[in-house]
Design a binder for this molecule. Structure first.
Ligand SMILES: *[C@@H]1O[C@H](CO)[C@@H](O)[C@H](O)[C@H]1NC(C)=O
Ligand SMILES: *[C@@H]1O[C@H](CO)[C@@H](O)[C@H](O)[C@H]1NC(C)=O
Ligand SMILES: *[C@@H]1O[C@H](CO)[C@@H](O)[C@H](O)[C@H]1NC(C)=O
Length: 310
């Protein structure tokens, strides 16, 4: 007899189970008399969460189906799903109700987002060390470790304060923490010498999520750009001088590494002083050349006595 009772109990449970599974697929949405509140929750990794499910008509069984903290009540019109510290990437919990009248069963799924800010975010140069050369292409890599869910991630690249590129990952689906990266192709010019690049990971989790969205920034990576001396403009210049006064010729030029200078003129001996400034003792033509490993640039100064005013 005892055995029979046991079997019959097991069978009843099995039948109930099949019944639940069958009817769960039949009614939801508007016809379902269940309301989850809040209907969407965004929980930080390790934080508590509590959501209630309320039936708007008499219910036989009301419960939460979930891998963690499942619960149910009999005849109560409200049931809570509550976890002290959510650290598992579970399927979204479902609230189900078994009613006395039709529709006899329905369900609502909780929109649950468990998120985790990245363990680290770093920026580096791909296959390159040391200074870059103006006009060549380089790649910067941003790597984000252990972030979830990646579909809410926006990775932004900054040069100084300016956003230069952003990358979203909405096409990816994993809810669990992953590592992602983004590559930025750059073609640095001289104005970018010393520019700090950064990347930033922002989890934009919607209105139910934290405001402002959690952001994590990488350390800056300052690039060094080598470039030839700036071309002179104008390349020829007429300079007048008053008798008895030296005239100072200046051919300072940009360039990285900083250029070295040489002057040539029929009037002065070759000058090895490596100075951008030259005191011209007399009229004549003076040519200055600024050079570094990437190139050179020259300028001619025509020094003439000052014409007498008419
Ligand atoms: C970096 O260099 C390695 C070895 O030279 C090469 O296999 C790899 O394809 C390079 N990666 C990129 C992104 O250029
Ligand atoms: C991404 O960059 C585009 C322009 O490149 C900009 O219009 C857009 O607002 C940016 N998106 C985000 C999420 O910042
Ligand atoms: C020479 O020219 C440079 C660049 O135009 C300028 O910064 C510098 O002050 C000048 N030097 C002198 C001594 O005039």
């Amino acid at each position: 007899m005892a055995d029979f009772n046991k079997i019959s109990e097991t069978m009843k449970n099995t039948l109930k189970c099949i019944f639940v599974l069958f009817v769960l697929q039949t009614a939801s949405g508007d016809r379902c008399s269940l309301e989850i509140s809040p209907s969407r929750v965004v929980v930080a990794f390790g934080q508590p969460v509590t959501v209630s499910c309320v039936a708007s008509r008499p219910v036989r069984v009301l419960g939460w189906e979930s891998a963690i903290g499942p619960s149910h009540t009999q005849r109560d019109v409200a049931v809570q799903w509550s976890v002290d510290s959510l650290i598992d990437w579970i399927e979204e919990p479902i609230c189900y109700g078994v009613f006395f009248s039709a529709p006899r069963q329905c369900e609502e799924k909780l929109n649950l987002v468990l998120y985790k800010t990245p363990d680290s975010i770093s920026i580096s140069m791909v296959n390159h060390t040391g200074p870059m050369v103006e006009g060549k292409e380089y790649q910067l890599l941003c790597e984000v470790q252990n972030i979830a869910p990646v579909q809410y991630l926006t990775l932004r690249w900054y040069r100084g304060q300016t956003e230069v590129y952003n990358h979203t990952f909405s096409e990816l689906s994993p809810a669990t923490p992953v590592q992602v990266s983004s590559t930025l192709l750059i073609n640095p010019g001289r104005v970018e010498d010393g520019a700090p690049y950064r990347c930033e990971a922002a989890l934009e989790l919607g209105p139910e999520g934290p405001q402002p969205p959690p952001r994590v920034k990488s350390e800056p990576l300052s690039i060094v750009v080598h470039y030839p001396p700036d071309p002179f403009n104008p390349e020829r210049e007429v300079v007048e001088f008053v008798d008895g006064e030296d005239v100072l010729l200046n051919c300072s030029s940009g360039g990285n590494p900083p250029p070295s200078y040489s002057w040539s003129s029929p009037n002065v001996q070759d000058n090895d002083e490596n100075q951008p400034l030259l005191r011209a003792p007399s009229s004549g033509t003076y040519t200055c050349t600024a050079s570094n490993v990437l190139g050179k640039s020259s300028k001619k100064f025509m020094v003439k006595p000052k014409s007498k005013g008419v």
